[in-house]
Design a protein around this ligand. Structure first.
Ligand code: ADP
Length: 310
């Protein structure tokens, strides 16, 4: 079928205002910080930019505020060629923000305020049916209200669109979504939370993927294992593959999972098999860790292919 987009992402927009400090402030205390940085992120934005940089014609569906941060997102997405026609602007709620505090040992505490992200409804999804059904692959995470995510997965699935779910944050996962999901992409923490099994034990990883594939009735399950790489089970071919991570000069792992997922979606939309799509996504995820930031750290396709061939 000739579809208008390769990849459609339904997801969040989060402006991160990151403060660094020597320690957390005590209750009632005002503390001088040691640094400040701003990043554009949110899993939806990160994945859409990653898919577009991997060569996919990409659209994003989600909600921003009618404010300066919203403008920054539209500018960034457009500069990467992502179609923003389906981004809604909420008149009252501002664009979502994240307020991470980073400590010298790399530890962090984060306050997230969803704002406009929380306003998207199943009716909004219905209004975007045209784009959801006109894409090769729909990628969804769970930072938006679950009814909206469910409506999008259901609509796309009925239209024959391949659906990918990143089950994050894992606390909001509803296994009944499985009916509309082809490929589940948990990281190791999410896979453990969903099964009660431990991904630290390498020998357990295939069993975890098999269990998720059968419990969720999936076409495939991909578990991302951070600096250990990834594992994929393809239910269509019965293929299982353990892909070790590429050795790169990692500086910041934020957004690695989203770069991986966006790349996976782009490859699947281009007709790649799941195992090949995971190999390239593993390279994209690795490269994203070599650059600071989330959305902006996604690599382009030639760079990912070069690392894969190296
Ligand atoms: P998340 O960001 O969702 O927690 P992961 O940490 O599992 O996801 O990372 C996603 C993917 O990015 C991994 O499967 C791997 O391909 C790649 N990756 C992550 N961290 C590294 C690293 N330190 N070195 C190389 N590749 C990495």
């Amino acid at each position: 079928m000739n579809r208008r987009y390769d990849v459609c992402v339904l997801g969040s927009f989060m402006k991160d205002l990151v403060a660094s400090a020597e320690r957390r402030p005590l209750p009632g205390e005002t503390l001088h910080g040691t640094g400040f940085a701003e990043f554009l992120g949110g899993k939806g934005v990160n994945q859409a930019i990653a898919a577009a940089r991997m060569g996919a014609r990409t659209a994003i569906v989600g909600t921003i505020g009618d404010d300066r941060y919203g403008e920054e997102f539209l500018e960034l997405l457009k500069s990467d060629g992502v179609d923003t026609e389906w981004v809604l602007r909420h008149p009252d709620l501002g664009t979502g923000v994240g307020l991470p505090l980073v400590l010298p040992d790399g530890g962090n505490s984060i306050i997230i305020v969803s704002r406009a992200n929380s306003a998207i409804t199943p009716a909004d999804i219905e209004a975007a049916a045209e784009v959801l059904a006109a894409s090769g692959v729909l990628s969804v995470q769970l930072e938006l209200p679950v009814e909206a995510s469910r409506a999008a997965l259901e609509l796309a699935s009925a239209a024959g669109v391949t659906t990918i779910l990143t089950p994050a944050p894992v606390g909001t996962v509803d296994p009944s979504l499985g009916e509309f999901v082809d490929i589940l992409v948990p990281n190791e923490v999410e896979a453990a939370a969903l099964t009660g099994l431990d991904c630290d034990d390498e020998s357990e990883v295939p069993a975890i993927a098999r269990r998720l594939t059968s419990e969720w009735d999936l076409r495939g399950c991909v578990i991302t294992l951070g600096a250990r790489g990834a594992f994929v089970r393809d239910e269509l071919t019965g293929e299982e593959l353990r892909v070790p991570a590429h050795r790169v000069a990692t500086v910041d792992t934020v957004g690695a999972g989203d770069a991986f997922c966006g790349s996976l979606a782009a490859s699947l939309a281009a007709g790649a098999g799941l195992a090949d799509a995971v190999r390239l996504a593993n390279a994209a995820g690795a490269l994203s860790t070599t650059i600071h930031g989330a959305a902006v750290s996604a690599p382009d396709r030639p760079s990912a292919l070069r690392l894969l061939d190296a």
